[in-house]
Design a protein around this ligand. Structure first.
Ligand code: SF4
Length: 751
């Protein structure tokens, strides 16, 4: 999940540093925290070669707060359970029997075995799952090697968090925009809830915007922290974002609150869109969303008339069965209200002309059309695959100067569910080698039982990790990964922004821990393709990318905290939009060509059976953790020792649930266990399930997987047709039927 702060570059660049006293034996390093997906600028204090403290940076976006995960990072990375040496499996897969080996020995065997699998089954038999937010220094080199070898089967958690949003935004106006918090007059949060310890810079920017008078509209089933301080709070039914947006458009179009000049000159499909939104009068939208018609209208009017307004990226809309429509509806609202590429609105950054972007590093043009078309899932759910994004190539070349544009790494992905099915032997061809980098794959997508079956059916599983995650426990090889304190980094939001930020290496990695860059460099060499990654070090690679600036990475990182060009607004006046028509496609020609409804719509939830009368929403992040990480850190576990589900007092009463006692959450896929938290801000009948729970201290290996089999939300997240978005094939995590049963009281010994 992921969001580079949408800051105003000027504000950061012109900030005056605070005067702070620093001990003479302490060195300061400008670093970017990667303990979550935000990349806050922080200062690392180094003493005797080790980072002894991480504190907030002096720049105005970041200095108001630093979250607990950033502060505790040095301690977390120094944990005795950190994997410091390459490990080779010596017993059965998942038996927990390992032998220490050298990188050279591991990579030599991995390269030979991977080449053997490719010779036998074809390059498409190699799949990779990663999360660039965690690996950071991948920089597209994994895609580059895969493209060179011929495999299109790259998947990532960004399929349901920001990467897919980028791909779907491109369908409408050709770039994934960033909200200009610094000048906006109105902010709309669709379920997103930035807090002091989660999405910190966005939290800071929202509070600063409110302090200068900007309005805040929050749409969230719960009365969240942001809802508490909002001008309007709409407690919409979980997963009904698309219906709500159709209601807003009904108001905005029929009350003529939109930007008529922009719509007339720069959009296509407005009349058809109007006919579609007329099918969603407010009484129908009220019934679909559970909100009052007048409150819906009031929010729509505030958004349209107090602008420029922003609907910043939200992870919530990314994970719904109507996700494609909902993301497109956000795009359409931005466009018809005239908020695209204007100060205070939503900015289409484009590429920074001085620095080689990751999309060029990836070399997608070297993957043949024949191999691109083998990408798993592109037949049924093509929206973010090569096939789905291909119609944008000519437009991308016209506007942005290159045919490929992989924003937030999400525009040319295989479908995760289809990939796991092929790995499990249920696909159009076999996938027999699976590489995982900085990604706890088992628990990071829907249908964990399928992923487990898929991983057990592999000939080769390689994991690059810091700790023995449930996924790593199933590997043939584990290569130890470095951390953000231990490597340099050049950050651009993975193709989202034209802002570049450097991070200085603050200390040496422990033991044999190495960067993702080094992983790909050594793998390319072991496979006989060393020319694909020809740089000898990360610094040399960054020097290459920065060549046009005339600076080495070392000079660049000393000189700049942020590197950017002055923003140019309304660039479309010169180039048109990067869509096939050159206009904002309210009616999508790309979706039409792929055989989908070109207009946004709302598909209602399946009817609940009496056996599963409650609805759960999952994928929820907790302040102490990022995704499935951080559970090994004592300070975090002291604050949150166990997973808690939340229900309303009435739901607790109906199901005889007691605060702090254990309950089982069940649906046709299975059951998981959580402790009960009763919260006044929860609506009746809704169960909030935290994402990504396991216990690093619990028994490892197949059969328990550090308790992931009984605690992980992915165990009960389905990926059948009813629970997948049609166009992208990503899972619906915001409204899954379930039931709750109270469990017999557990003692410490049975937990
Ligand atoms: Fe690090 Fe916290 Fe910022 Fe995330 S929000 S980047 S964990 S300091």
């Amino acid at each position: 999940m992921p969001a580079p702060p949408a800051f105003d570059g000027n504000e950061v660049a012109n900030a005056k540093p605070l005067k702070r006293k620093v001990r003479p034996d302490v060195t300061l390093k400008k670093t970017l925290c990667a303990s979550c997906d935000i990349a806050c600028s922080v200062v690392s204090e180094v003493q005797n070669g080790r980072v002894v403290r991480v504190r907030s940076s002096d720049n105005p976006i970041f200095r108001d707060n630093i979250c607990m995960k950033g502060i505790v990072a040095p301690k977390g990375f120094a944990h005795p359970d950190r994997i410091r040496t390459p490990l080779k499996r010596v017993g059965e897969r998942g038996s927990g029997q390992w032998q220490e080996v050298s990188w050279e020995e591991a990579m030599s065997d991995i390269g030979a075995r991977l080449n053997g699998i490719i010779d036998q089954h074809g390059p498409e038999a190699w799949a990779v799952s990663t999360s660039q937010w965690n690996t950071a220094t991948d920089h597209g080199l994994g895609r580059r090697l895969m493209n060179h070898v011929g495999s299109p089967n790259w998947i990532s958690g960004v399929a349901l968090c920001a990467g897919n949003t980028a791909a779907i935004n491109r369908l409408t106006y050709g770039w994934f925009p960033l909200a200009d918090f610094s000048q906006t007059n109105c902010i709309v949060l669709f379920g997103h809830n930035p807090k002091r310890h989660s999405w910190v810079p966005i939290y800071n920017q929202i509070r600063r915007a409110q302090a200068r008078g900007a309005k805040l509209i929050v749409l969230d089933p719960r009365k969240s922290e942001n809802a508490e301080v909002a001008d309007i709070w709409l407690p919409l039914k979980a997963g009904s974002d698309a219906a709500m947006c159709l209601g807003w458009l009904n108001v905005i179009i029929n009350e003529e609150l939109y930007d008529k000049k922009f719509v007339a000159e720069w959009t296509q499909g407005f009349e058809e869109l109007k006919q579609r939104v007329d099918q969603y009068p407010l009484d129908r939208v009220a019934q679909l969303t559970g909100c009052e018609p007048e409150a819906i209208a009031q929010a729509a009017r505030l958004y349209a008339t107090s602008g420029p307004s922003v609907i910043p990226w939200t992870p919530l809309t990314d994970m719904q069965r109507n996700s494609t429509s909902a993301i497109r509806l956000h795009s359409i609202l931005r466009a018809i209200c005239g908020y695209l590429d204007v100060p205070g609105g939503e900015l289409l950054h484009g590429f920074n002309p001085d620095i080689i972007p990751e999309t060029d590093i990836e070399m997608h043009e070297s993957l043949s059309l024949e191999q691109q078309d083998k990408q798993l899932g592109n037949d049924k759910h093509p929206a973010f695959t090569y096939r789905g994004q291909r119609p944008l190539m000519a437009a991308n070349k016209r506007v942005w100067g290159r045919e490929y544009n992989n924003q937030v790494t999400g525009c040319y992905m295989a479908n995760p569910s289809a990939t796991f099915r092929a790995m499990a032997g249920e696909g159009p061809y076999p996938v027999k080698a699976f590489f995982v980098l900085g990604n706890n794959t088992l628990m990071s997508y829907a249908n964990m039982p399928l992923i487990l079956k898929a991983m057990m059916n592999q000939d080769l599983v390689v994991v690059h990790e810091q700790f023995m995650t449930p996924t790593a426990q199933l590997a043939d090889y584990i290569l130890p990964g470095d951390s953000w304190l231990e490597r340099p980094w050049l950050m651009d939001g993975f193709g989202w922004t034209s802002l570049y930020r450097p991070s200085q290496q603050a200390m040496e990695p422990p033991g044999e821990c190495k960067s993702t860059f080094e992983f790909w460099r050594q793998l390319a060499s072991a496979m006989g393709h060393s020319e694909v990654v020809p740089w000898n070090s990360l610094e040399e690679f960054y020097d290459y990318r920065l060549e046009k600036t005339g600076m080495s990475f070392e000079e660049f990182s000393e000189k700049y905290e942020i590197y950017f060009s002055q923003p140019k607004f309304k660039k479309y006046l010169d180039t048109g939009f990067a869509t096939p028509s050159g206009k904002v496609e309210l009616k999508s020609s790309v979706l039409d060509g792929l055989g989908f409804d070109p207009l946004p719509y709302f598909r209602e939830d399946p009817v609940n059976s009496d056996d599963f009368p409650l609805m759960m929403f999952t994928g929820v992040r907790e302040d102490e953790f990022f995704q499935t990480g951080h559970r090994h850190i004592p300070e975090m576990r002291k604050r949150k020792p166990e997973p808690y589900l939340f229900v309303s007092p009435q739901t607790a009463k109906d199901y005889d649930l007691v605060e702090d006692e254990w309950a089982s959450v069940e649906n046709p896929m299975g059951a998981i266990e959580m402790k009960v938290g009763i919260r006044d801000n929860m609506p009746d009948g809704l169960v909030r399930i935290p994402h990504g729970w396991w216990r690093p201290e619990a028994q490892q290996g197949l059969g328990n997987l550090s308790d992931a089999l009984k605690l992980s939300d992915a165990m009960i997240c389905p990926d059948d047709d009813d629970h997948l978005d049609r166009e992208q094939g990503i899972p619906h995590l915001k409204g899954i039927a379930c039931r709750i049963k109270k469990l017999a009281l557990k003692t410490e010994a049975t937990q």
